[in-house]
Design a protein around this ligand. Structure first.
Ligand code: ADP
Ligand code: MG
Length: 381
């Protein structure tokens, strides 16, 4: 396990980090460039000394600002991996992996190297030099080298950035399996939402040196309720609308804007005591409020992956939102596609390759976008 906190500042940048990672769990730091993610990793690794803080790695205190403890980087037993693989060019694959092992040449050390070669599908490559490997193979070797001395913590700084999308997906799942099996607490820096969803047990959204949101990956990255988080996470569909009417009985409300009308979950105001019972406020009076002072503006978000595309109107379905539109664009979004549907406003919808082929979707085609009220969420500023 690893836990701790640290305060650090350089120039006009201030960082306040804190974390608590169980054995075999992955915490993802998610945020824009310059947010302070790499600095957090460097502090944990011991490459940067914070002004104040307390850091435990594998139940050993490696930094205590009050107690005068500072364990140097090479004695913290962290495995540190970045997008620059930093393999030793003069050493063959086997020697690169064995580098951090105290007993690299012993039978036990060699057995460990062989195990890592097998686990990371590098068998047969141990006598090659780094330049004789592809990018994906080099990153596997770098990962094997980081794992070899059984580190007490893994620090991964955007390790797959320089690899193509397909290879990234494979390596992510291999790495996730290794982390879980080996029980190593892991901190992963990423600005890729899919990567955080695929690898993390916990996500922290970092903005300007501060954690502005944290929780389970789907809670944080699925329907981010705060404007700043939504912008950082990237919600594909966001519409500025006004509330037309409340329907407390169903726990929904109707929101309108130019070219679009959506049924969405009630906001805080509408979800007050009437929720689940007959509306105390007649719907008509809500309609009147649109012209009055209490006109309420809301931003509604919908994830592209929460929208179903259908070639006909799904009448009789339970989905509260069914919008007819015309396909205005199709773009690859590995492993599937993003379809832009013009329904008065443009909706971005994610579909799989199989659905794409089955429906033979093309620009100009008429389709229906179908989604539940609960797939819509309100984004507050
Ligand atoms: P991230 O990894 O999230 O992209 P970093 O942790 O690398 O961000 O950097 C965080 C901030 O710290 C940036 O704004 C960067 O400019 C600043 N910074 C890092 N090191 C220094 C330094 N030595 N001098 C001045 N600013 C620095
Ligand atoms: Mg960085």
């Amino acid at each position: 396990m690893s836990r701790g906190w640290a305060n650090y500042s350089v120039g006009d940048f201030t960082l306040e980090a804190s974390w608590d990672i169980e054995p075999g769990q992955v915490t993802a730091l998610f945020g824009q460039s310059g947010a302070g993610k790499s600095t957090t990793l460097r502090i944990i690794a011991g490459l940067v000394q914070p002004m104040a803080g307390y850091i435990e790695i594998g139940s050993r205190v490696v930094f205590d600002g009050n107690g005068g403890v500072f364990v140097p980087a090479h004695r913290r037993r962290t495995g540190y991996l970045t997008q620059q693989f930093h393999l030793f060019p003069h050493l063959r694959v086997g020697a690169n992996i064995a580098y951090g092992l105290a007993d690299g040449r012993s039978a036990a050390g060699q057995a460990r190297v062989q195990l890592l070669l097998r686990t990371l599908q590098l068998e047969g490559l141990e006598d090659r030099y780094p330049w004789e490997l592809s990018g994906g193979q080099q990153q596997r070797v770098a990962l094997a080298r980081a794992m070899a001395p059984a580190p007490a913590m893994l620090l991964l700084d955007e390790p797959f950035n320089s690899l193509d999308a397909e290879l990234r997906r494979v390596l992510r799942s291999e790495l996730r399996t290794m982390v879980v099996q080996s029980g190593i607490p892991t901190m992963l820096v990423t600005h890729d939402r899919e990567e955080a969803l695929a690898m993390a047990d916990w996500v922290q959204v970092i903005d300007e040196g501060r954690v502005i949101s944290e929780g389970e990956p789907l809670d944080v990255l699925g329907q981010p309720g705060r404007g700043r988080v939504a912008r950082l996470v990237g919600v594909e569909n966001q519409f500025d609308l006004v509330i037309e009417s409340h329907n407390p009985k169903d726990g929904t409300m109707i929101c309108m804007g130019e070219g679009i009308r959506l049924e969405v979950p009630l906001d805080q105001e509408g979800a007050s005591p009437e929720f689940g019972t007959a509306p105390r406020v007649p719907i008509e009076s809500d309609a009147a409020r649109i012209n009055g002072d209490s006109l309420r503006r809301v931003t509604v978000g919908i994830r592209a992956s929460d929208i179903i595309l259908s070639s006909r109107d799904l009448q009789g379905s339970s989905a509260r939102n069914r919008l007819q539109g015309v396909v205005s664009g199709v773009e690859a979004h590995p492993p599937g596609y993003t379809v832009s549907l013009d329904c008065g406003r443009t909706l971005q919808c994610h579909i799989t390759g199989a659905a794409m082929a089955e429906m033979s979707i093309k620009p100009g085609q008429e389709l229906w976008a179908v989604f539940k009220a609960s797939s819509c969420f309100l984004i507050q500023d």
